[in-house]
Design a protein around this ligand. Structure first.
Ligand SMILES: Nc1nc2c([nH]c(=O)n2[C@H]2C[C@H](O)[C@@H](COP(=O)(O)OP(=O)(O)OP(=O)(O)O)O2)c(=O)[nH]1
Ligand SMILES: [Mg+2]
Length: 128
C-alpha cells in the first residue's frame, strides 16, 4: 500500500528547519523535514497544516507544492508530497521532544536524510 505523506520545507532567511527522527520510527535516526501521513481522503495541504501544528507548533499561513516523490523502502512504499512553507505563525519547536535544528541550505549536505529525500535536498541546494 502506498502511504501518502505531506512534508514541509519550512524556510526562513536562507535556512530550513529539520528534525531528527526518533530511533524507534521508520527511517529512525535520520534527519527529516517535518510532516506526516495524510489521513484517508485528507488533502495533502490540509495534512501538512495539521502535522506541522502537531509536530512543530506552527500554523501554516502559505505553502506551495515543491515536488512529489514516490519511493519504495522495501518494507514501506511512500509518496512524499513536499511543500515549501513560505509563511507561518508561531516559532517552530520540537513539540514531540524531537531534536530540531535550523540549518542553512548549503549545510544540508552534512546531514543524513532518508533515501527518498536525496533529490529534494539536491534541488533545494541548487535553488540557492
Ligand atoms: N515526515 C517525513 N517523513 C519522511 C521524510 N522522508 C521520508 O522518507 N519519510 C518517510 C518516513 C515515514 O515512512 C513516512 C512519514 O511518516 P511519519 O512517521 O512522519 O508519519 P506521522 O508523522 O504521521 O507519524 P506516526 O505517528 O504515524 O509515526 O515518510 C521526511 O523528510 N519527512
Ligand atoms: Mg511525522
Amino acid at each position: 500500500m502506498l502511504i501518502k505523506v505531506a512534508v514541509g520545507l519550512i524556510l526562513r532567511d536562507e535556512q530550513v528547519f529539520i528534525a531528527l527522527r526518533h530511533a524507534s520510527q521508520h527511517q529512525g535516526g535520520l534527519w527529516e523535514f517535518p510532516g506526516g501521513k495524510c489521513e484517508a481522503s485528507e488533502a495533502a495541504d490540509v495534512a501538512l497544516a495539521r502535522e506541522l501544528q502537531e509536530e512543530c507548533g506552527i500554523q501554516v499561513e502559505a505553502c506551495e507544492h515543491f515536488d512529489t516523490i514516490a519511493h519504495d523502502y522495501g518494507d514501506k512504499q511512500v509518496e512524499l508530497i513536499f511543500f515549501k512553507v513560505t509563511d507561518f505563525t508561531g516559532e517552530p519547536s520540537g513539540s514531540e521532544g524531537q531534536e530540531i535544528r535550523w540549518v542553512s541550505i548549503t549545510e544540508l549536505a552534512d546531514y543524513d536524510f532518508p533515501e527518498a529525500n536525496v533529490p529534494i535536498v539536491k534541488a533545494l541546494m541548487s535553488d540557492c
